[in-house]
Design a protein around this ligand. Structure first.
Ligand SMILES: O=C(O)CCC(=O)C(=O)O
Ligand SMILES: [Fe+2]
Length: 315
């Protein structure tokens, strides 16, 4: 990993580097919109502090504490929330977490702390495009676990689209990754390479081996240029899905708890295609329903849907 000023010098060229909790180029003052846009454009991420209140954290962690996480496995359901994993090491995901039986998960669909920023970069003031939730999950990760490095500007993925076109933003996906407890050294923090949503070359390790960083199982430690994002409980990192990112391995005892709400224009199909339940739709506000189901499904009246266990869910 490489060092980011003004961090203390790493002990070796490969020593992990930690991104500042709140990048502070303005020396404590709030950034103007132009400054914030500039940094988001060139860096591809933004740290959002205290976006979850202590009460929201308590409700979310309380929900997790009530789950039998030692016994649950991929393919199980907790109400309308599906237990899932993207691979053996990335831990347990509670997918479609917005339907979990506590209103806090619903509240976060249009959480004021981030929704306007997200909307602005993805759909702006367009009357044609609508904002939608692409995926939302809560992730638990224990000893040795990490998510391999993935994404980067060299790969063609619509979720990685990041453009300023004809005077407007056109961003394909923005992730809000929230820390549910403090995430520091050894906790398996998210890692990213600032600016790599614009990279033109694949990662050298992948190019040399002819395999993707994901298939190589490269963690943040193995990925040149990675920086570790340390967060306090309630903070979030907002990033374009086009940035090259992954995580450090979890080496501390216990588990890392995070949640990710991903937003996209509605033209990008919902990643795992959970169909919102009628009960859930009924309790959403109009603004939330517009994000959860921007275009209601159409079909012959009376037709019913058949769901297939496990289909389409995987890394
Ligand atoms: O688990 C992490 O820290 C990163 C998750 C991730 O890759 C994502 O949210 O896109
Ligand atoms: Fe990712």
């Amino acid at each position: 990993m490489t060092a980011l000023a003004p961090q203390s010098p790493p002990s070796s060229p490969d020593a992990p580097v930690t991104l500042p909790l709140a990048p502070d180029p303005a020396n404590g003052r709030d950034l103007s919109d132009a400054e914030a846009d500039y940094l988001f454009d060139v860096q591809g991420y933004r740290i959002l502090r205290n976006v979850l209140s202590p009460l929201q954290l308590e409700k979310i962690n309380g929900w997790v504490d009530r789950q039998d996480t030692d016994r649950l496995e991929s393919g199980d359901w907790v109400g309308d929330v599906e237990v899932h994993t993207y691979g053996s090491k990335d831990g347990l995901n509670f997918q479609n977490i917005m339907e979990a039986d506590n209103p806090v998960f619903q509240e976060l669909i249009d959480q004021p702390a981030w929704i306007d920023q997200v909307r602005r970069y993805i759909v702006g003031d367009s009357t044609q495009h609508r904002l939608s939730i692409d995926e939302c999950f809560l992730n638990l990760r224990r000893g040795g676990g990490f998510i391999p490095t993935h994404s980067g500007g060299d790969s063609v993925r619509f979720t990685g689209l990041f453009q300023w076109l004809n005077g407007k933003w056109a961003v394909g996906q923005i992730n809000i990754l929230m820390a549910l407890d403090d995430i520091g050294p050894g906790d398996g923090g998210t890692t990213l390479i600032p600016g790599s949503h614009k990279q033109r070359f694949g990662h050298p390790l992948a190019t040399e081996s002819g395999k993707s960083m994901w298939d190589l199982g490269a963690s943040g430690v193995d990925t040149l240029g990675m920086c570790e994002v340390n967060l306090n409980a309630g903070d979030a990192v907002m990033f374009t899905d086009g940035i090259c990112h992954g995580s450090m391995p979890r080496t501390n005892p216990g588990e890392r708890r995070i949640m990710v709400y991903r937003y996209s224009p509605q033209l990008l199909a919902n990643r795992l295609n959970y169909i919102p339940s009628d009960e859930f739709l009924a309790r959403l506000t109009e603004a939330q329903r517009a994000i959860v189901q921007p275009v209601p499904p159409r079909g012959r009246p009376g037709r019913t849907l058949t769901f297939q266990k496990g289909s389409g869910v995987g890394g």
